[in-house]
Design a protein around this ligand. Structure first.
Ligand code: ADP
Ligand code: ASP
Ligand code: MG
Length: 409
């Protein structure tokens, strides 16, 4: 471990304008003054990435993925150069780099690339010369020098992967909230900031909709056991530490709740109920790279049934086309799609040893007359699909039911 090295990541809101970039420069300098070496990773300013994507879609509804990467990787280049300039103005030696300049090598999956390796020599050389290194987040390049991006929210992954490869002491994610809360503080008023959370719980919360950390970034942190601190670049208060173990002797049953409206439901109606049908439906969807989340098969009447499943909303039209083809082949009558759903989830490693968490969830929703349309569980989470207009209320109900507004840390 390089004891004196921190990787600091600043998200879009933290570098949204000139004033914010100058504030970030002050935060970076506060580490340097303590004798800590710093590698910064920055996101694009504010909603730059969204705006670049909309611009591309105005020109072409289906832009080439290579050109999308050429376009959307530029946002992070702008903010990293501006942060270097802000540090120069205050008399500090800083150098900004885009992903390929610091050897972030990825596979060739444009817009969703995976990091294969990071050649750290250039960064280590600059650190040895006592320079502050700034890296444009969210991007890398293939072995052939083609620019790639790492999926939405990918600057988190850039920061964590760099921290792991550089053997940094810690990775600090600066964002626009004070840490990881028991629920999105923008949706649940009484949400409480957690002092600690385990990698597993953070992974599950992120996967189930808490966008505060990118899922893949938490996966990498867990794999390399890299502690992450999530804190605000606005208030400088103590944040949340994400790590392997918490200091509880026994874990509480539920640590947080999450909501996502990013899924849609498809129903294949009047499917013959016989062996091999589910296999053929889900094999075909998998072949088309459509990841299915929840699956429900109705009780069969006269050997005919309905099968419903959820898919990410951005894959809905592809999933509909594939499902219609399958429906024809297996003799089902129609395919219905439904975008008006939300998924609420409760997460906690303690539920492994606390019986009755599912019953408590379902009763709480029933008491508020919220109908549950689909259910799925993992070892440490329970998720329910409800009508979209009831999603936020369902989240608040579950937050209250598990007394998350009263927890101490
Ligand atoms: P950044 O631009 O810094 O990467 P993001 O917008 O990606 O920031 O993530 C921060 C946002 O995540 C917060 O503004 C908050 O609304 C949302 N969020 C969702 N769930 C949680 C949670 N459990 N704790 C904290 N923030 C959450
Ligand atoms: N700018 C990219 C995005 O908006 C990456 C990031 O912010 O982490 O997804
Ligand atoms: Mg983010």
């Amino acid at each position: 471990m390089r004891n004196n090295l921190y990787v600091l990541k600043f998200g879009g809101t933290s570098v949204a304008n000139r004033e914010r970039i100058e504030e970030v420069a002050k935060i970076v300098i506060s580490y340097i003054k303590k004798g800590i070496n710093v590698v910064c990773v920055v996101s694009a300013m504010g909603d730059t990435t969204d705006r670049l994507i909309s611009l591309a879609k105005e020109i072409s509804p289906f832009p080439s993925e290579r050109e999308m990467d050429m376009l959307i990787s530029t946002g992070e280049q702008v903010s990293s150069a501006l942060l270097a300039m802000a540090l120069h103005k205050k008399g500090y030696d800083a150098l900004s780099f885009v992903g390929y300049q610091v050897g972030i090598i990825t596979d060739t999956s444009h817009t969703q690339a995976r990091i294969l390796k990071i050649e750290t020599k250039k960064i280590l050389d600059a650190l040895r010369k006592k320079r502050i290194v700034i890296v444009a987040g969210f991007q890398g390049a293939t072995e052939d020098g083609e620019i790639t991006t790492l999926g939405r929210g990918g600057s988190d992954l850039s920061a964590v992967a760099l921290a792991c490869c550089l053997k940094a002491e810690r990775c600090v994610i600066y964002t626009d909230v004070e840490g990881i809360y028991t629920a999105d503080p923008r949706l649940v008023k009484g949400a409480k900031k957690l002092r600690y959370i385990t990698f597993d719980e953070m992974l599950e919360l992120a996967f189930l909709g808490a966008q505060v950390m990118q899922v893949r970034a938490v996966e990498v942190a867990k794999k390399f056991n890299m502690p992450i601190e999530v804190k605000s670049s606005f208030t400088r208060k103590e944040g949340t530490i994400i790590m392997g173990k918490t200091k509880f002797i026994e874990e509480p049953e539920v640590r947080g709740v999450a909501l996502t409206e990013n899924e849609a439901k498809l129903t294949i109606c009047n499917v013959p109920d016989k062996p091999g049908i589910a296999a053929s439906i889900f094999t075909e969807l998998a072949k088309n790279n459509i990841n299915v989340d929840m699956i429900v098969q109705n009780v069969s009447h006269k050997k005919i049934t309905d099968i419903s499943f959820t898919v990410p909303k951005n894959l809905l039209s592809k999933a509909e086309k594939v499902s219609q083809k399958i429906a024809q082949r297996i003799g089902a009558t129609e395919v219905l799609s439904d975008c008006d759903i939300a998924k609420v989830s409760v997460v906690g490693v303690g539920m492994r040893s606390h019986p009755g968490v599912a019953a408590k969830c379902f009763s709480a929703l029933a008491k508020r007359k919220i109908n549950i349309e689909m259910i799925s569980t993992s070892e440490i989470s329970i998720s329910c699909v409800v009508r979209k207009k009831e999603g936020k209320k369902a989240l608040q109900v579950l937050h209250k039911e598990f007394n998350l507004d009263r927890i101490k840390k």
